[in-house]
Design a protein around this ligand. Structure first.
Ligand SMILES: [Zn+2]
Length: 178
């Protein structure tokens, strides 16, 4: 059967990079600051990795220190410029509106995400605007594709160490702090 036109094409390289990002992000699970949110930026053309980052809201005392936003910030510093045209961002979770807007401001070519905002919302507070919707309403263009390897990315959220850590998060749905 022919694929519906809306099904994005993911390459073997996409799979490899997302799996590597899941492994990288999983390393945080055995640290004092576990996070299921990881981001990787690579050259769209060559696939060469530029930077990767995990969520550091608690560590940096910064509500905006989401993985994707940090990756874009670090990439800009590394390239000594604010524009990331020619680069692709992988994220273990669908970027929130803040991170997706930042990806558009940075002019990333493409964003590939794993789990969805709804998946993350099982445990953390979220802003319910899909990344595709943010991109659709922007003057800048960015290809947004996902969910991809959703189940593998969700293993990060479902890990018992993460479940324990979520209870201490400022955005946790279970600790009553809103
Ligand atoms: Zn975000």
């Amino acid at each position: 059967m022919a694929r519906p036109k809306t099904t994005p094409n993911f390459s073997a390289a996409d799979k490899e990079r997302m799996r590597e990002l899941v492994r990288f992000t999983a390393q945080t699970l055995s640290t004092p600051h576990p996070s299921p949110f990881g981001a990787l930026i690579v050259s769209t053309r060559t696939g060469k990795p530029l930077i990767r980052a995990v969520n550091a809201v608690a560590r940096e005392h910064d509500a905006a220190s989401h993985a994707e936003l940090r990756a874009v910030r670090l990439a800009g510093k590394k390239l000594k410029g604010p524009l990331l045209a020619g680069y692709t961002l992988y994220s273990t979770c669908e970027p929130c509106p803040m991170c997706m807007a930042n990806a558009l401001w940075a002019r990333l070519d493409r964003v590939v995400y794993g789990a969805t905002i709804d998946d993350a919302n099982r445990y953390c507070l979220q802003i319910h605007i899909p990344a595709t919707e943010v991109a659709r309403r922007a003057d800048m263009s960015c290809i947004v594709q996902g969910p991809f390897l959703r189940q593998e990315c969700n293993t990060l959220f479902d890990d018992p160490r993460m479940q324990k850590a979520f209870r201490t998060w400022s955005t946790s749905k279970s600790n009553g702090k809103r």
